[in-house]
Ligand binder design. Structure first.
Ligand code: ADP
Length: 498
């Protein structure tokens, strides 16, 4: 690998798709980002155009290579990390998706989940998959897509249909339509994988009426998945790691031992705690999931998934038009001392951990005549921190290692107001790294280590630089006192639609 200079990391997120080149020292050489169109066909539904995802991915790859004048032969490997649970069906003969991809936040299958709950299936699903029965995961979304195709394209030949999460779709396209596979961390989020065996669970495939032959092969997160098509950039480069985005961030933060955990502030917030090589079961509605695997070893994690955090900031921008840019929220929050009694419940897609209430909806409570734009914006940011606090409390109840430091990353972790308020609300310090794209960095580390571009994970981790530590400060008392009122608001918004 002496001639290799770079690892190419592809981070296909909910908000947008990114291609980043990392050099041998783990530094970012260059990146290209394209925001992804969000389609809202009905309240509570969210779709992505999978062709747009692939076109933006291939364009970003070509652009990042051209802009940085990189010889593609100098790229040692590609690492891929994706938004999880979002899934689609496509026709392998045409390469066309059969329907838009259904995004993880989409609630259209809430009623199907209710029927499964009423039929007493929640406990067995949780035992097999480690997940709480919810519309969030891929299984009911795939079942919905299959029904839709059966109704709208009754003549379809199911031998030509492929199913997958976004990693499987991207891998199939990257490899010139050759490889239909997924990694175990993404597969563990489908609600179709048996957590003990690491393979598709026949009884779950049957329960959701999903033909086994349309599912991708499950492979270890780190290892060769295939070679990228020469036509893409003029070189065949191994795709050597695939992770779910949250698992990639956990890997980048060096959380490889029990007691280490991180929180990523993106579209949603995902607090993930490493639990080592054994599966830990939660008593507080956290998920048991795969962290990552190699051929030799699988690591597991406990996770608190919060659906709407950065997404509520996007909504302030695109829906309410109260702001023009997410970054503006920081100065708006600093312009007022508090929220003037306003509490926001960010249940725009129901509530995830620790409530798992698909029927909760967003709410502002406590509004009086003096409330201004800044108070509304501040209440939205404070609600992000309070949601994370609920999950940290759950982790503390589940684990022998009380949370004493939170490593953070993701787009919204740039917001200094949010980070300070979070440290105040939790009463523990937050550590923010210089490279906030921990997701892309984790996929790069995995791919580089898998092909021998790097040989020392611990060294990569210790070379990462800390940007800032946020210590709990004078804001602790009000931040912690107001948590009870915010919880009261959450209680009002629960089980809203029936
Ligand atoms: P994802 O991987 O889920 O697409 P990212 O980690 O790229 O998300 O982060 C994008 C999210 O972060 C968006 O929801 C955006 O609103 C939010 N965001 C970006 N910058 C800021 C900021 N300065 N303050 C608050 N939120 C921000």
């Amino acid at each position: 690998m002496t001639d290799s200079k770079y690892i190419l990391s592809l981070d296909l997120g909910t908000t947008g798709n990114r291609a980043i080149l990392f050099d041998q020292r783990g530094n970012v050489v260059g990146q290209v980002y394209q925001e992804l169109t969000q389609h809202y066909p009905h309240p509570g539904w969210l779709e992505h155009d999978a062709l747009e995802i692939w076109q933006d991915t291939s364009n970003s790859i070509q652009q990042v290579i051209a802009e940085n004048k990189v010889n593609p032969l100098e790229i040692a490997a590609i690492g891929l990390t994706v938004q999880r649970e979002t899934c689609l069906l496509w026709d392998k003969t045409t390469g066309q998706p059969l329907h838009k991809a259904i995004v993880w936040q989409d609630r259209r299958t809430a009623n199907l989940c209710d029927r499964l709950k009423a039929a007493g299936k929640a406990a067995i699903i949780q035992q097999k998959t480690g997940l709480v029965l919810d519309a969030y995961f891929s299984a009911t979304k795939l079942a919905w897509l299959i029904d839709w195709v059966k109704q709208n394209q009754p003549g379809i030949n199911w031998d030509n249909v492929m199913a997958g999460t976004i990693d499987a779709w991207a891998l199939w396209n990257l490899t010139g339509k050759q490889v239909h596979a997924t990694d175990v961390s993404n597969a563990s989020r489908t609600m179709l994988m048996n957590l003990d065996t690491g393979d598709w669970d026949e009884s779950l495939l049957e329960l959701f009426n999903i033909p086994r032959q349309i599912m991708p092969e499950i492979k270890p997160s780190m290892g060769i998945f295939g070679q990228c098509d020469r036509d893409l950039i003029g070189a065949e480069i191994p795709i050597a790691a695939i992770f779910g985005d949250q698992q990639a961030a956990l890997y980048a933060h060096g959380c490889d031992r029990p007691g280490l955990l991180k929180c990523t502030y993106g579209t949603g917030c995902f607090l993930v705690a490493q639990t080592g090589t054994t599966i830990t079961r939660s008593h507080n509605q956290l998920l048991s999931t795969v962290a990552w695997s190699t051929k030799e070893q699988t690591n597991y994690a406990l996770e608190g998934a919060i659906f709407t955090t950065g997404a509520s900031i996007q909504w302030l921008r695109d829906g309410l038009k109260l702001i023009t840019d997410a970054a503006e929220t920081e100065s708006l929050c600093h312009q007022v001392d508090d929220t003037n009694g306003v509490y926001f419940v960010p249940a725009l897609s129901g509530l995830g951990a620790p409530h798992w209430d698909m029927k909760a909806r967003g709410a502002f409570l406590g509004i009086t005549g003096g409330v201004q734009q800044e108070h509304i914006v501040r209440s939205v940011l404070e609600a992000i921190a309070y949601q994370v606090k609920e999950v940290v409390d759950a982790v503390n109840q589940d684990s022998d290692h009380p949370v004493s430091l939170l490593k953070v990353d993701g787009g919204a972790a740039k917001n200094n107001f949010l980070m300070q308020f979070q440290a105040d609300a939790l009463g523990v310090p937050l550590e923010r790294p210089k490279v906030l794209d921990a997701t892309a960095q984790g996929a790069a580390f995995g791919a580089g280590l898998a092909v021998g571009f790097w040989d020392n994970y611990q060294q990569l981790i210790s070379d990462r630089q800390v940007d800032r530590v946020f210590e709990p400060g004078a804001g602790q008392a009000p931040a912690q006192d107001n948590f009870a009122m915010w919880s009261k608001a959450v209680a009002r918004a629960k089980n809203w639609i029936e």
